[in-house]
Ligand binder design. Structure first.
Ligand code: SF4
Length: 203
């Protein structure tokens, strides 16, 4: 059974690939991440994914032409979801990446598709599952001849520590925020607020 694995980054993909192979799936990776900010970070994460693919002999489909940070920021602002109330920004983000994966999986005749987002303890796991299942059921991402690849749900979170250990052993670049510009700001917001408090007190 052929599975297309959406890969958000190298470190998160390792154990997804390994565990899917242990189940007997033939895995292909798919790198399509439109909103990784800044573009230098996009290059670093892509290179880490290339290293994982080389080490694990993983066939890859690279979709760099969907990278569009300005367009993505504009879209979430226009929808009023930039501040991520009720995880609306992340829901849109999951929808975008899973829609791309579903379309490519259907067009290339993969039996199923899934995502390394299901590995992360920091993501909205159930929302990813619901989004993947709803997208596949909608029929919106069928191939031209009407084939729809099915969504393969797996909980990869039990492999969390094993993935971290392996990525360190391999010397992979490990990011310290989710991906978009908003998550980068949120990651360092406390540090910034401390600086603001200190500098304001000194004025
Ligand atoms: S925080 Fe992560 S999942 Fe949420 S919108 Fe940003 S990149 Fe997407």
């Amino acid at each position: 059974m052929k599975v297309l694995l959406h890969a958000c980054c190298g470190p998160c993909s390792i154990m997804c690939i390994e565990s899917l192979r242990e189940e007997g799936f033939e895995v292909t990776g798919y790198f399509a991440n439109p909103n990784i900010h800044p573009v230098s970070e996009y290059f670093r994460r892509r290179e880490a994914m290339e290293q994982v693919a080389d080490r694990m002999n993983l066939p890859m489909i690279w979709q760099d032409d969907v990278y569009n940070v300005p367009g993505w920021i504009g879209a979430v602002h226009d929808m009023g979801i930039a501040d991520n109330h009720d995880y609306a920004r992340c829901h849109y983000c999951y929808e975008t990446r899973l829609a791309l994966t579903s379309s490519v999986a259907s067009a290339h005749g993969f039996d199923a598709f899934t995502t390394s987002l299901l590995y992360s303890r920091h993501q909205q796991h159930e929302l990813i599952r619901e989004t993947g299942e709803a997208g596949a059921a909608s029929g919106d991402y069928c191939s031209e001849n009407g084939f729809q690849s099915r969504f393969l749900y797996r909980d990869f979170r039990p492999y969390w520590q094993a993935g971290i250990d392996r990525s360190k052993e391999w010397g992979l670049f490990r990011q310290n925020y989710c991906a978009c510009i908003f998550s980068e700001y949120e990651r360092f917001e406390k540090k910034l607020q401390k600086l603001i408090a200190r500098s304001s007190a000194a004025v």
